[in-house]
Write a protein of this length. Structure first.
Length: 260
């Protein structure tokens, strides 16, 4: 029997999101949201491990109260229990503060053999939060996992590194971030949605953590300083060259722009 915790995140459903230029924080109000696609693979992995070996699958997300919607989606897919870690003092966190907050939150949720994350999020793309959680918790971890098999008080995983596939065994508790080709995520079940209607979602704030010092969380606990951030400009000038003179036009343009 193996108990798993899956980190999931609510991300914008569109790439047209405004940014607060002073803080570098995405302005999410009024923007349609969805579960981070990579987290679906982590959740599917946890559900398949439960089907094969027993245990429970608990999901959790850090975000505003409306993030409860993705916990509900996880229930429809088969998760047993869900948490929203929500507190204004957690807002605006960088990778370090986010991973520290999640490490504290997971401890509040219980004891787990395996923590699973998607390899990255579509709004941040750092791919650093999962491993940083493990570092804060002092547990072994492996990233870019494409296969996982419980074995002898731990898990044996395959990591998709740049040039090789590495096989690693880690003792419980441990953390993995999974690749998108590990499994095909199942669709939410309408039958299960009816069965879990009204199932409670636990909401925890900073005061429930072991470390309740606000200086370690949110903007206050984020050492990353955003110098300037802005959305890319739309409608950039373009030139289309066709015909036999295309090479000459390209040469002239590269010379003008001092690339040659």
């Amino acid at each position: 029997m193996m108990n798993s915790f899956v980190c999931i995140k609510q991300v914008p459903a569109t790439n047209k999101v405004q940014v607060d230029e002073k803080t570098g924080v995405l302005l999410r109000d009024g923007v349609a949201s969805k579960m981070n696609p990579y987290d679906l693979y982590a959740l599917e992995t946890a559900l398949r491990l439960r089907e094969a070996h027993g245990g429970r699958v608990v999901v959790g997300t850090m975000g505003p109260p409306q993030a409860e919607s993705i916990i509900r989606e996880a229930y429809w897919m088969g998760a047993d229990e869900g948490y929203v870690f929500s507190d204004r003092r957690l807002a605006g966190a960088d990778v370090l503060a986010t991973s520290y907050a999640l490490s504290q939150a997971i401890r509040c949720a219980g004891d787990f053999d395996l923590i699973l994350c998607g390899k990255q999020t579509t709004d941040g793309d750092t791919a650093q939060v999962g491993p940083a959680i493990a570092e804060h918790m002092g547990i072994p971890h492996a990233a870019w996992v494409s296969r996982v098999e419980p074995r002898e008080g731990g898990v044996c995983v395959e990591q998709q590194l740049q040039d090789v596939v590495e096989t690693v065994w880690m003792p419980f508790p441990c953390l993995i971030t999974v690749e998108q080709d590990i499994y095909v995520p199942r669709l939410p079940s309408l039958v299960r949605a009816a069965q879990v209607r009204g199932k409670p979602v636990t909401v925890l704030g900073l005061d429930a953590f072991w470390d309740t010092d606000p200086a370690h969380y949110g903007l206050a606990g984020s050492p990353t300083q955003v110098e300037r951030i802005f959305p890319p400009p739309d409608g950039a000038n373009r030139e289309i060259w066709t015909g036999a003179d295309s090479a000459r036009h390209l040469f002239e343009a590269l010379t003008k722009w001092k690339f040659l």
